[in-house]
Design a protein around this ligand. Structure first.
Ligand code: ADP
Length: 440
């Protein structure tokens, strides 16, 4: 057999882990990008390899630009998306993976609004023109009337694992035990091992065939609470196994009866996070002078639109004009989980006549907010929590900062509802009411 003598391999021009070594500190951004492109490093590992968060962002931007160019995709983000003057150390491992910059959203100040006798400046992050102006108009009328009074009706975050038993009978046994005083106290005991801020409030079990959905509720201090309650739900399942339910299989830690980031009747009826209500009474002459409408026209508008119209549409919690506008804008500004806007915006707006004045209320059973953890740790969002005097943990009464934030959200929604409904009522409806009033 003849042996062919191969020429020695041509040295690769590209960097590899072997020829650059593993000391990433001495590598230029271009070297690291090249290592990513040739597959030696994956984009998701950059944070753990390079311990300078800003440099990681620069590398990712370069890498993305190179990849976009080769795919003929626009690279305008490279010039437009800012990244300097931002502390990415608060982002890595908590807020966002593969960061390449930060988004700029206009931030307006609405109000101030007197909430529970305190003047409150409302941070509104929005791209919807007229929203800030509308909330401010509502605030002005409410302030002239003495302000908004708010009420916290309940506070508990929920998580509902789905477990499976061999039979429906066993699922019913488990429901009986976990909802009994014995079962509840065994679960409550486990909470002390999770966090000093987590405290058991209730457990409800919903069997479906051999499946069982366990809706666990707890207070979580000033944290919005998803991490805490998920940890608690895991512990609850271990307690159940040890209590004689070792034939139970965990299908999923979250079985959608929670119900997180989805419209659901259970949150609307039972509440999730903070259940809050707010009310203001607007004298008749202020409604007419400042809102250019009448209490009767507003009440009729509210009934036709927010109650009957929403009922016709089959709404769940959508008995309002634009609660979601205000909830989303304050959530964005204060570092909340914006996806929870779905259930946090559930709101029924009610209006009634009290001695010729307008009494307006909003009832919001599932406002999910926190003042510690997640996006609240970011500098700008934190500074806006400062503006509301709710930043971080409440040292005397853990939970009070998050509760106050939920009350402010509801109060701001009230101002928004009053303003938009007035604008809508000040059409034909108000003209006909004024005509009627003048005839008296
Ligand atoms: P979440 O459960 O909302 O996802 P995190 O678990 O991210 O929140 O953040 C809560 C963390 O903050 C926990 O580690 C908790 O021990 C800590 N913490 C400090 N003070 C408080 C407080 N007043 N209320 C709730 N958590 C607090």
């Amino acid at each position: 057999m003849t042996q062919t003598i191969e020429s020695p391999p041509v040295p690769l021009k590209v960097n590899t882990l072997d020829n650059v070594g593993k000391n990433y500190k001495n590598l230029s951004n271009e070297d690291i990008v090249e290592l990513c492109l040739n597959g030696s490093i994956s984009m998701k590992d950059l944070d753990s390899l390079i311990h300078n968060p800003l440099q990681v962002v620069e590398v990712r931007r370069e890498l993305l630009r190179t990849q976009c160019r080769s795919e003929n995709i626009s690279t305008s983000f490279y010039e437009s998306l800012p990244y300097k003057d931002f502390d990415f150390s608060h982002v890595v491992g908590t807020c966002c993976e593969n960061a390449i910059g930060y988004l700029t959203v206009p931030l307006g100040i609405a109000g101030p609004l007197i909430v529970d006798q305190k003047l409150t400046f409302l941070p509104i992050a929005t791209t919807e023109g007229a929203l800030v102006a509308s909330i401010s108009r509502g605030s002005k009328v409410i302030n002239e009337s003495g302000g908004v009074e708010t009420f916290l009706m309940a506070d508990s975050m929920t998580r509902a694992p789905c477990v499976k038993f061999p039979t429906l009978a066993r699922a019913i046994d488990a429901k009986g035990w976990i909802e009994s005083p014995e079962g509840k106290s065994a679960i409550a005991k486990e909470f002390s091992t999770i966090s000093r801020f987590a405290s058991f409030t209730d457990i409800r079990a919903f069997p479906v065939g051999e499946l069982l959905y366990l809706r666990l509720s707890a207070t979580t201090g000033d944290a919005m609470g998803m991490n805490m309650i998920s940890l608690a739900a895991g512990k609850m399942l271990s307690v159940m196994k040890n209590a004689g339910f070792d034939d139970m299989i965990t299908v999923t830690l979250s079985g959608n009866v929670c119900s997180d980031k989805k419209a659901s009747a259970i949150n609307w009826i039972e509440g999730r996070g903070k259940s809050v209500a707010a009310q203001a009474r607007i004298p008749k002459d202020l409604v007419e002078k400042m809102l250019k409408t009448t209490p009767q026209a507003l009440i009729e508008l509210n009934t036709s639109k927010n109650l009957i119209g929403s009922a016709v549409s089959g709404a769940i919690g959508g008995f309002n004009a634009h609660a979601s506008n205000i909830v989303s804008a304050i959530f964005l500004a204060t570092g909340q989980d914006i996806a929870q806007n779905v259930e946090s915006s559930s709101c029924i707006t009610t209006m009634s006549l009290v001695e010729n004045d307008l009494q307006i209320s909003v009832t919001m059973p599932s406002i999910e907010v926190g003042t510690v953890g997640g996006g609240t740790n970011l500098q700008t969002q934190g500074s806006l929590l400062d503006l509301l005097d709710v930043r971080g943990p409440n040292p005397e009464n853990p939970g009070q900062n998050a509760q106050k934030l939920a009350k402010i959200v509801a109060a701001a929604v009230l101002a928004g509802e009053l303003s938009l409904c007035s604008a809508l009522a000040a059409g034909d409806l108000v003209r006909s009411h004024l005509d009627l009033n003048r005839r008296k």
